[in-house]
Design a protein around this ligand. Structure first.
Ligand code: TYD
Ligand code: MG
Length: 456
Protein backbone atom coordinates (compact mmCIF):
# COMPACT_ATOMS: atom_id res chain seq x y z
CA UNK A 1 0.00 0.00 0.00
CA UNK A 2 1.27 3.45 -0.82
CA UNK A 3 2.57 5.36 2.14
CA UNK A 4 0.17 8.15 3.06
CA UNK A 5 1.57 11.56 2.22
CA UNK A 6 2.03 13.52 5.41
CA UNK A 7 0.00 16.69 5.23
CA UNK A 8 0.88 19.44 7.62
CA UNK A 9 -0.85 22.44 6.05
CA UNK A 10 -3.76 23.06 3.74
CA UNK A 11 -5.30 26.08 2.04
CA UNK A 12 -8.62 27.06 3.57
CA UNK A 13 -9.76 28.60 0.30
CA UNK A 14 -9.15 25.78 -2.17
CA UNK A 15 -8.10 22.84 -0.02
CA UNK A 16 -4.59 22.54 -1.49
CA UNK A 17 -2.49 20.32 0.78
CA UNK A 18 1.23 20.52 1.36
CA UNK A 19 3.91 19.55 3.85
CA UNK A 20 5.23 23.12 3.81
CA UNK A 21 3.64 26.40 4.79
CA UNK A 22 3.35 29.06 2.10
CA UNK A 23 2.45 32.73 2.44
CA UNK A 24 0.63 32.46 -0.87
CA UNK A 25 -1.21 29.30 -1.81
CA UNK A 26 0.57 27.77 -4.84
CA UNK A 27 -2.75 26.51 -6.18
CA UNK A 28 -5.24 29.37 -5.89
CA UNK A 29 -2.79 32.21 -5.12
CA UNK A 30 -4.71 33.38 -2.07
CA UNK A 31 -2.56 35.09 0.53
CA UNK A 32 -2.42 33.95 4.14
CA UNK A 33 -4.77 31.09 3.50
CA UNK A 34 -2.54 28.16 4.51
CA UNK A 35 -3.49 26.74 7.89
CA UNK A 36 -2.21 23.84 9.89
CA UNK A 37 -3.95 20.54 9.29
CA UNK A 38 -5.17 18.50 12.26
CA UNK A 39 -2.51 16.22 13.66
CA UNK A 40 -4.27 12.87 13.62
CA UNK A 41 -6.82 12.62 10.91
CA UNK A 42 -8.94 9.55 11.18
CA UNK A 43 -9.65 8.53 7.63
CA UNK A 44 -13.41 8.08 7.33
CA UNK A 45 -12.98 5.79 4.34
CA UNK A 46 -10.80 3.54 6.48
CA UNK A 47 -13.54 3.20 9.06
CA UNK A 48 -16.12 2.30 6.42
CA UNK A 49 -13.96 -0.56 5.15
CA UNK A 50 -14.70 -2.71 8.17
CA UNK A 51 -18.15 -3.50 6.70
CA UNK A 52 -18.92 -5.77 3.75
CA UNK A 53 -16.78 -5.51 0.65
CA UNK A 54 -18.22 -2.90 -1.76
CA UNK A 55 -19.61 -4.29 -5.03
CA UNK A 56 -19.71 -2.24 -8.25
CA UNK A 57 -23.18 -2.21 -9.83
CA UNK A 58 -24.55 -1.75 -13.33
CA UNK A 59 -27.14 0.99 -13.91
CA UNK A 60 -30.00 -1.48 -14.41
CA UNK A 61 -29.22 -3.05 -11.04
CA UNK A 62 -29.66 0.23 -9.21
CA UNK A 63 -33.14 0.91 -7.98
CA UNK A 64 -34.30 4.49 -7.60
CA UNK A 65 -37.85 3.54 -6.78
CA UNK A 66 -37.83 3.87 -3.04
CA UNK A 67 -36.42 7.38 -3.01
CA UNK A 68 -39.24 9.67 -4.06
CA UNK A 69 -38.89 13.36 -3.35
CA UNK A 70 -40.30 14.59 -0.07
CA UNK A 71 -42.24 17.84 -0.21
CA UNK A 72 -41.00 20.51 2.19
CA UNK A 73 -44.39 22.12 2.55
CA UNK A 74 -43.13 25.15 0.70
CA UNK A 75 -43.62 25.30 -3.05
CA UNK A 76 -40.85 27.87 -3.41
CA UNK A 77 -38.31 25.73 -1.59
CA UNK A 78 -39.39 22.57 -3.42
CA UNK A 79 -38.74 24.25 -6.74
CA UNK A 80 -35.32 25.50 -5.62
CA UNK A 81 -34.41 21.96 -4.51
CA UNK A 82 -35.56 20.51 -7.83
CA UNK A 83 -38.90 19.07 -6.71
CA UNK A 84 -38.48 18.43 -3.00
CA UNK A 85 -35.94 16.77 -0.74
CA UNK A 86 -34.11 13.70 -2.02
CA UNK A 87 -33.60 11.43 1.02
CA UNK A 88 -29.97 11.07 1.99
CA UNK A 89 -28.83 14.38 0.57
CA UNK A 90 -26.57 16.88 2.28
CA UNK A 91 -27.84 20.42 1.86
CA UNK A 92 -25.88 23.52 2.80
CA UNK A 93 -27.87 26.67 3.56
CA UNK A 94 -25.75 29.79 3.62
CA UNK A 95 -26.58 33.43 4.26
CA UNK A 96 -25.86 36.49 6.36
CA UNK A 97 -26.61 36.31 10.08
CA UNK A 98 -30.23 37.11 10.85
CA UNK A 99 -31.47 36.59 7.31
CA UNK A 100 -33.73 33.69 8.30
CA UNK A 101 -31.86 30.42 7.84
CA UNK A 102 -32.90 28.97 11.19
CA UNK A 103 -36.45 30.18 10.71
CA UNK A 104 -36.75 28.60 7.26
CA UNK A 105 -35.40 25.24 8.41
CA UNK A 106 -37.58 25.23 11.50
CA UNK A 107 -40.61 25.80 9.27
CA UNK A 108 -39.54 23.07 6.87
CA UNK A 109 -39.09 20.63 9.75
CA UNK A 110 -42.44 21.59 11.21
CA UNK A 111 -44.07 20.65 7.95
CA UNK A 112 -42.03 17.44 7.60
CA UNK A 113 -43.09 16.38 11.10
CA UNK A 114 -46.70 17.18 10.32
CA UNK A 115 -46.36 14.97 7.24
CA UNK A 116 -45.40 11.98 9.41
CA UNK A 117 -41.60 12.17 9.15
CA UNK A 118 -39.31 11.80 12.13
CA UNK A 119 -37.01 14.81 12.32
CA UNK A 120 -34.38 16.22 14.67
CA UNK A 121 -33.29 19.85 14.94
CA UNK A 122 -29.82 20.30 16.44
CA UNK A 123 -28.70 23.76 17.38
CA UNK A 124 -25.27 24.76 18.57
CA UNK A 125 -26.19 28.42 18.65
CA UNK A 126 -29.40 28.73 20.59
CA UNK A 127 -30.76 27.33 23.83
CA UNK A 128 -33.86 25.13 23.91
CA UNK A 129 -35.73 28.10 25.36
CA UNK A 130 -34.77 30.31 22.44
CA UNK A 131 -35.77 27.58 20.01
CA UNK A 132 -39.15 27.29 21.69
CA UNK A 133 -39.71 31.03 21.56
CA UNK A 134 -39.02 30.99 17.83
CA UNK A 135 -41.21 27.93 17.33
CA UNK A 136 -44.06 29.68 19.13
CA UNK A 137 -43.94 32.51 16.62
CA UNK A 138 -44.18 30.12 13.71
CA UNK A 139 -47.17 28.13 14.90
CA UNK A 140 -48.26 24.81 16.34
CA UNK A 141 -45.91 21.85 16.03
CA UNK A 142 -47.26 18.33 15.58
CA UNK A 143 -45.68 14.96 14.93
CA UNK A 144 -42.28 13.52 15.69
CA UNK A 145 -39.97 16.53 15.94
CA UNK A 146 -37.37 16.86 18.67
CA UNK A 147 -34.75 19.44 19.53
CA UNK A 148 -31.22 19.14 20.82
CA UNK A 149 -28.63 21.72 21.87
CA UNK A 150 -25.24 20.19 21.23
CA UNK A 151 -21.95 21.12 19.62
CA UNK A 152 -20.02 17.85 20.02
CA UNK A 153 -20.42 16.13 16.69
CA UNK A 154 -19.28 12.74 17.99
CA UNK A 155 -22.18 12.79 20.45
CA UNK A 156 -24.48 13.92 17.65
CA UNK A 157 -23.36 11.01 15.49
CA UNK A 158 -24.28 8.56 18.23
CA UNK A 159 -27.70 10.12 18.66
CA UNK A 160 -28.41 10.08 14.93
CA UNK A 161 -27.38 6.42 14.71
CA UNK A 162 -29.63 5.50 17.65
CA UNK A 163 -32.65 7.66 16.94
CA UNK A 164 -32.60 7.20 13.14
CA UNK A 165 -34.39 10.42 12.18
CA UNK A 166 -35.25 10.96 8.51
CA UNK A 167 -33.93 14.50 8.47
CA UNK A 168 -31.59 16.51 10.67
CA UNK A 169 -30.68 20.20 10.89
CA UNK A 170 -27.16 21.13 12.01
CA UNK A 171 -27.33 24.80 12.98
CA UNK A 172 -24.56 25.83 12.36
CA UNK A 173 -21.52 23.96 11.06
CA UNK A 174 -19.26 26.68 12.53
CA UNK A 175 -20.29 25.78 16.09
CA UNK A 176 -19.67 22.04 15.72
CA UNK A 177 -16.49 20.25 16.72
CA UNK A 178 -14.99 16.78 16.80
CA UNK A 179 -12.79 15.78 19.69
CA UNK A 180 -10.10 14.21 17.52
CA UNK A 181 -9.50 17.48 15.70
CA UNK A 182 -7.26 19.77 17.69
CA UNK A 183 -8.39 23.17 16.35
CA UNK A 184 -11.23 25.37 17.56
CA UNK A 185 -14.85 25.12 16.32
CA UNK A 186 -15.34 27.10 13.13
CA UNK A 187 -11.75 26.63 12.02
CA UNK A 188 -11.31 25.26 8.51
CA UNK A 189 -10.00 21.93 9.81
CA UNK A 190 -13.02 21.44 12.09
CA UNK A 191 -15.51 22.51 9.44
CA UNK A 192 -13.96 20.10 6.98
CA UNK A 193 -13.86 17.13 9.32
CA UNK A 194 -17.36 17.75 10.65
CA UNK A 195 -18.78 17.97 7.15
CA UNK A 196 -16.97 14.77 6.26
CA UNK A 197 -18.63 12.96 9.12
CA UNK A 198 -22.05 14.38 8.22
CA UNK A 199 -21.54 13.28 4.63
CA UNK A 200 -20.80 9.73 5.74
CA UNK A 201 -23.87 9.73 8.00
CA UNK A 202 -26.16 11.12 5.30
CA UNK A 203 -25.10 8.56 2.73
CA UNK A 204 -24.86 5.49 4.96
CA UNK A 205 -28.11 6.02 6.91
CA UNK A 206 -30.06 7.80 4.11
CA UNK A 207 -30.81 10.69 6.41
CA UNK A 208 -31.20 14.11 4.88
CA UNK A 209 -28.96 16.62 6.61
CA UNK A 210 -29.40 20.38 6.34
CA UNK A 211 -26.24 22.23 7.32
CA UNK A 212 -26.44 25.91 8.19
CA UNK A 213 -23.32 27.84 7.21
CA UNK A 214 -22.41 31.40 8.04
CA UNK A 215 -21.22 33.64 5.30
CA UNK A 216 -18.07 35.73 5.31
CA UNK A 217 -17.89 39.36 4.18
CA UNK A 218 -17.17 38.40 0.59
CA UNK A 219 -20.29 36.29 0.44
CA UNK A 220 -18.96 32.73 0.62
CA UNK A 221 -19.56 30.23 3.35
CA UNK A 222 -16.97 30.68 6.09
CA UNK A 223 -14.49 27.87 6.43
CA UNK A 224 -12.91 25.97 3.62
CA UNK A 225 -14.31 26.41 0.17
CA UNK A 226 -14.32 22.63 0.19
CA UNK A 227 -17.58 22.67 2.09
CA UNK A 228 -19.38 23.62 -1.10
CA UNK A 229 -17.72 20.79 -3.00
CA UNK A 230 -18.62 18.18 -0.41
CA UNK A 231 -22.35 18.77 -0.16
CA UNK A 232 -25.00 17.85 -2.75
CA UNK A 233 -26.85 21.14 -2.75
CA UNK A 234 -25.87 24.69 -1.84
CA UNK A 235 -28.64 27.18 -1.13
CA UNK A 236 -27.95 30.84 -0.49
CA UNK A 237 -30.25 33.28 1.18
CA UNK A 238 -29.96 36.74 -0.37
CA UNK A 239 -31.73 39.99 0.18
CA UNK A 240 -31.57 43.07 2.24
CA UNK A 241 -31.74 42.14 5.91
CA UNK A 242 -33.55 45.38 6.63
CA UNK A 243 -36.20 44.79 4.01
CA UNK A 244 -38.74 42.04 4.47
CA UNK A 245 -38.13 39.87 1.40
CA UNK A 246 -35.63 37.07 1.14
CA UNK A 247 -34.45 35.26 -1.94
CA UNK A 248 -33.32 31.66 -1.73
CA UNK A 249 -31.11 30.58 -4.59
CA UNK A 250 -29.65 27.18 -5.50
CA UNK A 251 -26.05 27.79 -6.58
CA UNK A 252 -25.25 24.09 -6.74
CA UNK A 253 -27.61 21.17 -7.03
CA UNK A 254 -26.67 17.61 -7.84
CA UNK A 255 -30.33 16.66 -8.07
CA UNK A 256 -31.89 19.56 -9.94
CA UNK A 257 -31.31 22.74 -11.88
CA UNK A 258 -29.31 25.57 -10.42
CA UNK A 259 -30.30 29.19 -10.67
CA UNK A 260 -33.84 28.58 -9.47
CA UNK A 261 -34.94 31.07 -6.87
CA UNK A 262 -37.60 31.07 -4.24
CA UNK A 263 -38.95 34.35 -2.89
CA UNK A 264 -40.05 34.69 0.72
CA UNK A 265 -41.18 37.48 2.97
CA UNK A 266 -40.24 37.67 6.64
CA UNK A 267 -43.34 38.33 8.70
CA UNK A 268 -44.11 38.26 12.40
CA UNK A 269 -45.12 34.60 11.98
CA UNK A 270 -42.01 33.44 10.15
CA UNK A 271 -41.28 33.27 6.43
CA UNK A 272 -44.16 33.40 3.97
CA UNK A 273 -43.94 32.53 0.31
CA UNK A 274 -44.32 35.31 -2.22
CA UNK A 275 -46.40 33.89 -5.04
CA UNK A 276 -46.04 36.90 -7.35
CA UNK A 277 -42.42 38.06 -7.01
CA UNK A 278 -42.49 40.47 -9.96
CA UNK A 279 -45.24 42.54 -8.39
CA UNK A 280 -43.36 42.37 -5.11
CA UNK A 281 -40.12 43.61 -6.67
CA UNK A 282 -41.81 46.54 -8.39
CA UNK A 283 -43.69 47.58 -5.29
CA UNK A 284 -43.04 51.21 -4.42
CA UNK A 285 -41.09 52.15 -7.53
CA UNK A 286 -41.00 55.82 -8.42
CA UNK A 287 -43.00 56.78 -11.51
CA UNK A 288 -42.12 59.74 -13.65
CA UNK A 289 -38.61 60.00 -12.20
CA UNK A 290 -35.54 59.84 -14.38
CA UNK A 291 -33.08 56.97 -14.04
CA UNK A 292 -35.61 54.21 -13.38
CA UNK A 293 -36.18 51.45 -15.94
CA UNK A 294 -38.04 48.13 -15.67
CA UNK A 295 -36.57 45.00 -17.20
CA UNK A 296 -37.38 41.30 -17.30
CA UNK A 297 -34.74 38.74 -16.34
CA UNK A 298 -34.89 34.97 -16.05
CA UNK A 299 -34.24 33.38 -12.69
CA UNK A 300 -34.04 29.68 -13.42
CA UNK A 301 -37.22 28.86 -15.29
CA UNK A 302 -39.12 31.87 -14.06
CA UNK A 303 -39.29 35.37 -15.50
CA UNK A 304 -38.92 38.18 -13.00
CA UNK A 305 -39.47 41.87 -13.53
CA UNK A 306 -37.22 44.26 -11.73
CA UNK A 307 -36.26 47.86 -11.54
CA UNK A 308 -32.84 49.18 -12.53
CA UNK A 309 -31.99 52.57 -11.07
CA UNK A 310 -29.16 54.80 -12.18
CA UNK A 311 -27.91 58.16 -11.01
CA UNK A 312 -25.48 60.08 -13.18
CA UNK A 313 -24.08 63.33 -11.78
CA UNK A 314 -21.14 65.56 -12.53
CA UNK A 315 -18.23 64.55 -10.38
CA UNK A 316 -16.57 66.86 -7.87
CA UNK A 317 -13.24 65.14 -8.44
CA UNK A 318 -11.14 64.59 -11.52
CA UNK A 319 -12.50 61.25 -12.58
CA UNK A 320 -15.96 59.87 -12.00
CA UNK A 321 -16.78 57.30 -9.37
CA UNK A 322 -18.74 54.23 -10.38
CA UNK A 323 -20.64 51.91 -8.09
CA UNK A 324 -22.83 48.95 -8.93
CA UNK A 325 -25.12 47.22 -6.45
CA UNK A 326 -26.73 43.94 -7.49
CA UNK A 327 -24.89 43.71 -10.81
CA UNK A 328 -21.36 43.38 -12.06
CA UNK A 329 -19.26 46.53 -11.64
CA UNK A 330 -17.21 45.76 -14.74
CA UNK A 331 -20.36 45.42 -16.79
CA UNK A 332 -21.38 48.95 -15.77
CA UNK A 333 -17.95 50.31 -16.76
CA UNK A 334 -18.18 48.53 -20.08
CA UNK A 335 -21.66 49.87 -20.80
CA UNK A 336 -20.52 53.41 -19.93
CA UNK A 337 -17.66 53.03 -22.41
CA UNK A 338 -20.07 51.81 -25.10
CA UNK A 339 -22.31 54.82 -24.45
CA UNK A 340 -19.38 57.24 -24.74
CA UNK A 341 -18.21 55.76 -27.99
CA UNK A 342 -21.50 54.92 -29.72
CA UNK A 343 -23.75 57.69 -28.45
CA UNK A 344 -21.06 60.34 -28.25
CA UNK A 345 -21.81 61.22 -24.63
CA UNK A 346 -19.08 62.52 -22.39
CA UNK A 347 -19.37 60.47 -19.23
CA UNK A 348 -15.82 60.27 -17.93
CA UNK A 349 -16.35 63.27 -15.68
CA UNK A 350 -19.59 61.88 -14.30
CA UNK A 351 -20.24 59.76 -11.23
CA UNK A 352 -22.38 56.74 -12.06
CA UNK A 353 -24.34 54.78 -9.47
CA UNK A 354 -26.34 51.79 -10.68
CA UNK A 355 -28.59 49.74 -8.49
CA UNK A 356 -30.90 46.75 -8.82
CA UNK A 357 -33.66 47.40 -6.33
CA UNK A 358 -34.74 44.57 -4.07
CA UNK A 359 -31.32 43.37 -2.93
CA UNK A 360 -31.21 40.83 -5.73
CA UNK A 361 -27.97 39.93 -7.50
CA UNK A 362 -28.41 39.51 -11.23
CA UNK A 363 -25.96 38.07 -13.74
CA UNK A 364 -28.32 37.94 -16.71
CA UNK A 365 -26.85 40.02 -19.60
CA UNK A 366 -30.36 40.84 -20.78
CA UNK A 367 -30.16 43.56 -18.14
CA UNK A 368 -27.75 45.60 -20.29
CA UNK A 369 -30.23 47.64 -22.29
CA UNK A 370 -32.14 48.59 -19.16
CA UNK A 371 -28.89 49.70 -17.48
CA UNK A 372 -27.95 51.83 -20.49
CA UNK A 373 -31.39 53.41 -20.72
CA UNK A 374 -31.50 54.07 -16.99
CA UNK A 375 -28.13 55.81 -17.18
CA UNK A 376 -29.18 57.74 -20.27
CA UNK A 377 -32.45 58.74 -18.62
CA UNK A 378 -30.61 60.02 -15.58
CA UNK A 379 -27.94 61.79 -17.65
CA UNK A 380 -30.53 63.66 -19.71
CA UNK A 381 -32.93 63.91 -16.77
CA UNK A 382 -35.57 62.39 -18.99
CA UNK A 383 -38.11 60.16 -17.22
CA UNK A 384 -39.15 57.07 -19.15
CA UNK A 385 -42.71 55.93 -19.62
CA UNK A 386 -43.43 53.84 -16.48
CA UNK A 387 -45.40 51.29 -18.49
CA UNK A 388 -42.47 50.33 -20.67
CA UNK A 389 -40.30 47.31 -20.09
CA UNK A 390 -36.86 47.05 -21.69
CA UNK A 391 -35.05 43.79 -22.51
CA UNK A 392 -31.83 43.16 -24.43
CA UNK A 393 -28.11 42.54 -24.28
CA UNK A 394 -25.80 45.29 -25.52
CA UNK A 395 -22.72 44.44 -27.58
CA UNK A 396 -19.52 46.44 -27.83
CA UNK A 397 -20.59 47.93 -31.15
CA UNK A 398 -23.71 49.30 -29.50
CA UNK A 399 -25.86 46.64 -31.15
CA UNK A 400 -28.73 45.09 -29.23
CA UNK A 401 -28.54 41.34 -29.16
CA UNK A 402 -31.25 38.78 -28.71
CA UNK A 403 -31.66 37.04 -25.36
CA UNK A 404 -33.19 33.63 -24.62
CA UNK A 405 -36.76 33.09 -23.46
CA UNK A 406 -37.98 36.47 -24.64
CA UNK A 407 -41.55 35.17 -24.83
CA UNK A 408 -41.70 34.31 -21.13
CA UNK A 409 -40.36 37.73 -20.18
CA UNK A 410 -42.75 39.63 -22.43
CA UNK A 411 -45.71 37.62 -21.16
CA UNK A 412 -44.75 38.33 -17.56
CA UNK A 413 -44.67 42.05 -18.39
CA UNK A 414 -48.06 41.78 -20.10
CA UNK A 415 -49.47 39.97 -17.07
CA UNK A 416 -48.36 42.83 -14.83
CA UNK A 417 -50.03 45.40 -17.07
CA UNK A 418 -47.11 46.86 -18.99
CA UNK A 419 -48.16 48.35 -22.30
CA UNK A 420 -44.91 48.68 -24.23
CA UNK A 421 -41.79 46.53 -24.59
CA UNK A 422 -38.52 47.56 -26.18
CA UNK A 423 -36.82 44.40 -27.43
CA UNK A 424 -33.90 43.36 -29.61
CA UNK A 425 -35.05 43.73 -33.25
CA UNK A 426 -33.89 40.21 -34.06
CA UNK A 427 -36.12 38.78 -31.34
CA UNK A 428 -39.27 40.48 -32.59
CA UNK A 429 -41.74 37.80 -33.67
CA UNK A 430 -45.47 37.66 -34.12
CA UNK A 431 -45.90 34.81 -31.65
CA UNK A 432 -44.60 36.50 -28.52
CA UNK A 433 -48.14 36.21 -27.27
CA UNK A 434 -48.42 39.61 -25.63
CA UNK A 435 -51.83 40.72 -26.72
CA UNK A 436 -52.50 44.42 -26.48
CA UNK A 437 -48.85 45.18 -25.88
CA UNK A 438 -46.86 47.41 -28.20
CA UNK A 439 -43.59 45.73 -29.14
CA UNK A 440 -40.78 47.93 -30.43
CA UNK A 441 -37.70 46.32 -31.95
CA UNK A 442 -34.40 48.16 -31.64
CA UNK A 443 -31.26 47.10 -33.50
CA UNK A 444 -28.85 49.42 -31.73
CA UNK A 445 -28.66 51.89 -28.85
CA UNK A 446 -29.58 54.82 -31.07
CA UNK A 447 -32.85 53.17 -32.09
CA UNK A 448 -33.64 52.23 -28.49
CA UNK A 449 -33.12 55.81 -27.36
CA UNK A 450 -35.24 57.20 -30.17
CA UNK A 451 -37.97 54.76 -29.16
CA UNK A 452 -38.05 55.92 -25.55
CA UNK A 453 -37.64 59.60 -26.44
CA UNK A 454 -40.57 59.41 -28.85
CA UNK A 455 -42.75 58.16 -26.03
CA UNK A 456 -42.36 61.41 -24.14
P1 TYD B 1 -32.98 33.68 11.90
O1 TYD B 1 -33.74 32.58 11.29
O2 TYD B 1 -32.59 33.56 13.31
O3 TYD B 1 -31.69 34.01 11.04
P2 TYD B 1 -30.36 33.18 10.87
O4 TYD B 1 -30.60 31.84 11.40
O5 TYD B 1 -30.15 33.22 9.37
O6 TYD B 1 -29.29 33.93 11.58
O7 TYD B 1 -33.84 35.00 11.65
C1 TYD B 1 -33.82 35.98 12.57
C2 TYD B 1 -34.52 37.22 12.15
O8 TYD B 1 -35.82 37.00 11.70
C3 TYD B 1 -34.59 38.10 13.33
O9 TYD B 1 -34.19 39.39 12.97
C4 TYD B 1 -36.03 38.05 13.74
C5 TYD B 1 -36.73 37.75 12.47
N1 TYD B 1 -37.97 36.98 12.62
C6 TYD B 1 -39.16 37.55 12.25
O10 TYD B 1 -39.22 38.70 11.80
N2 TYD B 1 -40.32 36.81 12.36
C7 TYD B 1 -40.33 35.54 12.84
O11 TYD B 1 -41.39 34.91 12.92
C8 TYD B 1 -39.08 34.97 13.23
C9 TYD B 1 -39.03 33.57 13.77
C10 TYD B 1 -37.93 35.70 13.10
MG1 MG C 1 -29.67 30.97 13.09
Amino acid sequence: MAKEKSVAFFCKECGYESAKWYGMCPSCHAYNSMVEAPKERKSSSGAARSGPRPVPRRLDEISTENSPRIGTGSEELDRVLGGGILPGSLILTGGDPGIGKSTLLLQVFRSLAAGGHKVLYISGEESLRQLKLRADRIGKFEGDISFLCETDLDAIEEIIREEKPEAVVIDSIQTMSRSDVASAPGSPAQVRECTNLLLTLAKSLTVTIFIVGHVTKDGTVAGPRLLEHMVDTVLYFEGDRHASYRILRAVKNRFGATGEIGVFEMTAEGLKEVPNPSAFMLNGRPEGTSGSVITGVMEGTRPLLLEVQALITRTNYGTGRRTAAGLDYNRVSLLLAVMEKRLGLSLSDCDAYVNITGGLRVNDPSLDLAVVLAMYSSYRDLPLDPNTVVIGEVGLAGEIRAVPMIKERVQEAARLGFSTAILPKSALRADLGARGMRLIGAADLGEAIRAVAKDQ
